[in-house]
Design a protein around this ligand. Structure first.
Ligand SMILES: C[S@@+](CC[C@H](N)C(=O)[O-])C[C@H]1O[C@@H](n2cnc3c(N)ncnc32)[C@H](O)[C@@H]1O
Length: 292
């Protein structure tokens, strides 16, 4: 039985039934379980320390009374995806787009293809049924924001949208544009491999976007190979929430102010030699948050 603190009505993460939103303490407990267990056993490309940045953003969204499904292009076996699902207080219809085993050219020639059965099996082991996920087994380049919303009956906008599919520049740009179109203004876009020299095009695509246009989502922070974007209206508030949380809960992590394309954000460098631990949730964590 989940304690009712917030009194908000949402859908159950597992079964889609109407229920009250679990408070952040439940999210923190779920994440602690996930990061200490299933996460370690799941093959993939994601460091648990990335939740040092995600946890305060989860709290910020809760403070804004906002929660919505999450999305990822390229979940592979779900190492990051299922953690994102655990990071949101409730809701079903999370979106996963992956070619999985489809017999088609792998655009980034990495030879890496997700495995649908393993992906869904990891979700089931967390008690999340296939029906809670909107799984689109397709090349993301064949999808548009409109087709995702209408043809696939997807509930949007999203609270967190991770871009980690093919790493060819055309794909990165396309997937980033999908994320920009489908993420709520209170949400966060996460671009993987931003600092990976093997996939330098990710940084090039992001640079081109900010040098040639002026998207409403701007760089908020960088950590663990991932670039986090938020809506410009929330940049100052989210930056403060992330900085304050990390300095209190993870004093060994180095936090720097960093200007990216004219937007003041953060660079967050956790001590990777230490295991990631999810702090015990305290009400004061939420009470401290002020979002202008
Ligand atoms: C590097 S893996 C992603 C790792 C994953 N996010 C994790 O947490 O471990 C890249 C994934 O993108 C998928 N992918 C590659 N090309 C794609 C495309 N054109 N459309 C959708 N997914 C694609 C692959 O099948 C693979 O599962």
């Amino acid at each position: 039985m989940i304690a009712i603190q917030s009194g908000r009505m949402l859908c159950c993460k597992k079964h889609g039934k109407k229920m009250h939103t679990p408070p952040p303490c439940k999210v923190f407990q779920d994440l602690e379980h996930y990061l200490n267990g299933p996460f370690q056993a799941t093959e993939g490309w994601c460091a648990g320390h990335v939740w040092q940045t995600l946890l305060p953003l989860v709290l910020a969204q809760h403070a804004l009374n906002f929660s919505a499904p999450v999305a990822e292009v390229g979940p592979y076996h779900g190492k990051f995806f299922w953690g994102l699902v655990q990071s949101t207080p409730a809701i079903m219809r999370h979106l996963a787009i992956d070619i999985f085993g489809l017999e088609q050219e792998n655009a980034d020639q990495s030879g890496v293809k997700g495995d649908r059965a393993l992906f869904l099996g990891h979700g089931r082991s967390l008690g999340i049924q296939e029906s809670a996920i909107n799984l689109i087994e397709k090349d993301s380049l064949t999808l548009t924001a409109e087709s995702i919303q209408t043809q696939y009956n997807t509930k949007t906008p999203f609270s967190f949208f991770s871009v980690d599919g093919a790493h060819h520049p055309d794909y990165v740009e396309h997937d980033l544009n999908l994320a920009l179109s489908l993420t709520d203004r209170r949400g966060i876009i996460i671009v993987d491999d931003y600092s990976n020299p093997r996939w330098h095009c990710v940084q090039e695509v992001v640079a081109r976007k900010y040098l040639l246009s002026d998207p409403e989502f701007v760089p908020l922070s960088f950590s663990c190979n991932k670039l986090f974007l938020c809506h410009r209206d929330f940049l100052a508030s989210y930056r403060k929430v992330v900085r304050d949380f990390i300095m209190t809960e993870f004093p060994d992590t180095r936090v720097y102010d960093t200007d990216r394309f004219g937007h003041l954000g953060l660079t967050i460098l956790p001590d990777m030699k230490k295991n990631m631990r999810v702090p015990v949730y305290k009400n004061t964590m939420l009470e401290k948050i002020r979002i202008a």
